[in-house]
Write a protein that binds this ligand. Structure first.
Ligand SMILES: C[S@@+](CC[C@H](N)C(=O)[O-])C[C@H]1O[C@@H](n2cnc3c(N)ncnc32)[C@H](O)[C@@H]1O
Length: 299
C-alpha cells in the first residue's frame, strides 16, 4: 500500500509496509514479504505473524497472548517514529516547520540534501503529491540504495527521485531554475548554497537549512546574504507541553466568613478550607535542542 493511499477501508496486502501499534510508546514498522526469513515479529504483547495480517482491514485490533496490537496504515509521521536509522533524522516538530516555511504544497518541486534515512523525504513527498516532485541527493551509496528501495516499497516512486551525488561538488545535477524550494541537512550547508541558487527558480523560491550548531548557522547566513538571498530567519523549535490538571489547595477564610458558617451550624473548625481548581502546569525542563532552522527567499 502506498503511503499516499486515501482509501477509507483498505486491507493489508503482500508488499505493504504496516505499522503495528503495541502501546502508546511502541509502534513498529513491518514489511509484509512472504519470501523474507522474518515472518513473525516478537512484541511485548506476544508474537505477531505477518502472514496472518494479510486481508485484515487497517485499524483492526488483533488479539495476542497478552492483550492486543493494532494494525495501522503507514503515514510519514509513523514512518519517522519507526524507520530504521541510518543517520540522525529530522523529527516531527522540525519537519512541520520546514514544510510550512518552505511553502510546500501539492505541485511543489523540491530539492533535498542529504537524504539520510528519508525521514523528511516522506513528509515532503506527501505534501507535494500528486503533481509535485522531490529530488533528493546523498553521496553515501548504501543510504541511496536503501532510500530507493523504500521509495518503491512505499509507492512513492512517481514523487521521489533519489540521486547519488556530492552536492558540495556537483550541486543538483541538471536542475537549473527548476525548483520551488531546496532543503539542506548537511554538515557544511554553506558549500551547497551556490548550487541551491542555481537550481532554484527566481521570483520567490525558498531555501531552508537545518544545523545543530550556531557556528554552522552563522556561516550559512553569511553565504546566503553573499548570494543575494533575502528574508533570512533562524529559529529553534522547542516543544513546551502544558499539563492541565485539577489542584487542591487550602484557602484561608476570614473570621466573618467562618462566623457565617457554611451549612447552618456546620462551621469550619480551622481558618482554612479546601478549594479545587483547574490549572496548567509548565514543565520544569523543556526537551532538548535538536537544531536551528534557517530559511530565506530568492527573488
Ligand atoms: C543528518 S543526515 C540527513 C537526515 C535526513 N534529513 C532525514 O530526515 O532522514 C545527513 C546526510 O547528508 C549526507 N551528506 C553529507 N555530505 C553530503 C554531500 N556533500 N553531498 C550529499 N550528501 C551529503 C550524509 O551522507 C547523510 O546521509
Amino acid at each position: 500500500m502506498s503511503f499516499l493511499t486515501s482509501s477509507n477501508h483498505p486491507t493489508v496486502a503482500e508488499g505493504d509496509t504496516v505499522m503495528i501499534y503495541i502501546d502508546y510508546s511502541t509502534i513498529l514498522a513491518a514489511q509484509i514479504d512472504l519470501s523474507a526469513k522474518q515472518s513473525v515479529i516478537h512484541t511485548k504483547k506476544g508474537p505477531v505473524s505477518l502472514k496472518n495480517l494479510i486481508g485484515h482491514r487497517y485499524g483492526t485490533k488483533l488479539t495476542c497472548k497478552s492483550g492486543y496490537v493494532q494494525i495501522l496504515q503507514p503515514t510519514p509521521e509513523l514512518w519517522t517514529k519507526t524507520l530504521p536509522f541510518r543517520t540522525q533524522i529530522l523529527y516531527l516538530p522540525d519537519i512541520s516547520m520546514i514544510v510550512m516555511h518552505l511553502d510546500l504544497k501539492p505541485g511543489s518541486l523540491v530539492g533535498e540534501s542529504g537524504t539520510g534515512s528519508g525521514s523528511l523525504s516522506h513528509a515532503i513527498a506527501r505534501t507535494v503529491a500528486p503533481s509535485g516532485h522531490l529530488y533528493t541527493f546523498d553521496y553515501h551509496d548504501v543510504r541511496v540504495q536503501q532510500a530507493r528501495k523504500e521509495v518503491v516499497q512505499h509507492g512513492l516512486e512517481d514523487i521521489i527521485t533519489v540521486q547519488l551525488a556530492d552536492v558540495y561538488e556537483n550541486g543538483y545535477g541538471t536542475l537549473e531554475n527548476h525548483l520551488d524550494a531546496v532543503m539542506l541537512d548537511l554538515p557544511m550547508p554553506w558549500l551547497a548554497i551556490p548550487h541551491a541558487k542555481k537550481a532554484l527558480k527566481k521570483g520567490g523560491s525558498r531555501v531552508g537549512s537545518f544545523s545543530p550548531c550556531i557556528e554552522q548557522v552563522q556561516r550559512t547566513c553569511e553565504e546566503l546574504k553573499k548570494h543575494g538571498f533575502s528574508d533570512l530567519v533562524t529559529l529553534e523549535c522547542l516543544m513546551r507541553p502544558l499539563e492541565v490538571k485539577v489542584m487542591n489547595m487550602n484557602s484561608w477564610q476570614p473570621p466573618e466568613v467562618r462566623a457565617a458558617g457554611v451549612d447552618g451550624d456546620r462551621r469550619p473548625k480551622t481558618p482554612f478550607s479546601q478549594i479545587s481548581f483547574s490549572t496548567a502546569i509548565i514543565p520544569k525542563e523543556v526537551p532538548g535542542h535538536s537544531g536551528f532552522l534557517t530559511f530565506a527567499s530568492l527573488f
